[in-house]
Each structure stands twice: as structure tokens, then as C-alpha cells.
Design a protein around this ligand. Sequence first.
Ligand SMILES: [Zn+2]
Length: 346
Amino acid sequence: MNTYVIALDVGGTSMKGGLVSSSGEVLLTDRRPTPRAEGPLRVVEAIRAFIDELAEAGPGAPSGVGLAVPGLVTSDTAVYSSNIGWKDVPATDFTSLEVPVRLGHDVRTGGLAERVLGAGRSEPDFLFLAIGTGIAGAVIIAGEPYGGSSGWGGEIGHIPVYPDGERCACGATGCLEVYASATSVGRRYGERLSRTASLRGGTLPPPATGGTVTAGGIETPLDTTITTSAEDVVALAMRGDPEASAVWDEALEALSIALASYTLLLDPSSIVIGGGLAEAGPALFEPLAERLQTRLTFRAAPPLRRAALGVNAGMLGAALLGWQAAGIPDAGATWALDVLTSPSVP
Ligand SMILES: [Zn+2]
């Protein structure tokens, strides 16, 4: 019979679950909503129910359970999450099964997966940077994700890059995340368009045709608020749109400042970038590598690599935690790379 673990990546909106065998075969993946609005107790119950369902679908009893969760977390306690609202939830509360359970911080667990299975496979010291709604980092030192003395390590999104800059949701000003998260790039472009419009007397920039303005190839009526995705802003910047170029330039500049500090402090062998913004591909990686090298005057910049595991990094990292809980700490070392091409979580 196939031995397997249950892996769960718990996010603010959904939970990605999977069954992963000891040889790295992903037997099943599934997804459930995270009932965050119903309170932390309901979330814990939903996790328990999801794990039960996954166990029923598995071949026999699981060998362990691994969970990637947001917030402050130790391997056996979900200490605090502002996103979900729980406090000091023991790992064993997440399942009714009599199996060993191990918890991990969501981004650090993604970093662990990239280290063992993905772009950091031969990189013991690297930064895994996830750029999406926000910006979070997993500091990998000597092959292990490092959470620091109190579990707050890796919060690179709140490094001040422009000390007199814009206000961040965290309460500080000029954080990296305010300028360079995928969400911020889209938001700042919209704000810039509105500002330009009011400078020109209350209307949006003159559209090419009729009563619309074209943003990212999408025609938007002039009287609606323009919300543009980061992907569209990057595409506009590549075509020379001045507003999009200015926003993208500031994002790249902010990232190069933060990554130069990181590099000078920790001397990583590479920087692995994942999350939605990594989809920008060469439009992100090429100018960022150039700017980073310019800032690092006396040393070579570490190569920037694109994350390999995409949205499955958290779930695959949770599977590694599950195998650690089951007493196989080096699970993953022998897994075939075809785990990377396994079907995505639906
Ligand atoms: Zn901040």
C-alpha cells in the first residue's frame, strides 16, 4: 500500500490540499474556501473537516499531516495570525486523526519547497521572494528556512525603501510592498492616471478614440475608476506608456534597494522570485538584475531565478513538513523532478 501524508496550504481565501506519497507522487489535490469571515474557530473546524475528507480519499491512514499557515507560527503552534484571527492554536487541534502534525509559516514553507524541489535545489543560501498581494520573503540559510528569534524573520515587504514615502497598511511609511507588490503596481497606476487627469482639469488623459481610455488593451469608459492589473501595467510600460513606465520604474527601483540590502547582509547564492509579479518574466528579471548589479558596486549580484513551483509551492512544502512529522526529515531529496509538472491544485 502507498504511504502518504496530507498537505494543506491555508491561505486567507482558500485552502489547497493534497495527498503526497513518500516518493513524491501527488496522489490528489483539492481546494476549499477558508471561512475567514466566520471567525478563527470556524477556520480550524474547516481545516479539520478538509483533512478528514482528504484522509478518506487516501489509500489507508496517512503517515502525517503538514500545514502551511499564515502569521506567527512554530512547528507545533499557530501562534498568531492577523489575517485569520487565531491565537495559540496547537497543531493537534487542526486534525482529529491520530497522526503526527507539523506546522510551518506559509511563505517559509513555500521557500522550503523551492529549496528541496524547485529553483533553489542546489542553493543552500537564498532568498525566496513572493510578490503578489503583498511581498514576503523566506530567508533560507544553510538549507533551512530561517524565521529569526521570534518568528518575524523574512518580512522584507516592510523594509523601508523610501523613508518619506507613501503610507503602508502596516502603519509605517515607504515600505517596499507599497511600491512593488503586484497589487500596489496596479493601484499606483490608477492613482497616477487620476492625478494626471485632475491636473488636466478633471478629465482623464485624452483617449485615442471616443469616450474611453485604453489600459492594458482594455477599453474603459471615462467615467469609471480604472483598476489595472500589474500585468497590464507592465505591458503598458513595455509599450512606452509614460504613466505605466513611471510606476514600473519606481517598483523596480524599490526592489533593487531592498535586494541590495539583503545581498550585502546575507550574501545569498541566488534570489528566487515567485508570486504573481514573477509572471512578468524578462520585463521584471532583466531590468531588476541590472539595477541590482549597479547598486552592488564592489561585488557581483546574485542571480535572480524564477520560482519553479508556482502556486503549488505551499502545498508541496506542507507535504515535506508532513513527512518530517512522520519521521522522514529528508523527504523530497530523492523525489523526481516530475513532481513539478504534477497537475495544479484546481
Ligand atoms: Zn509596511
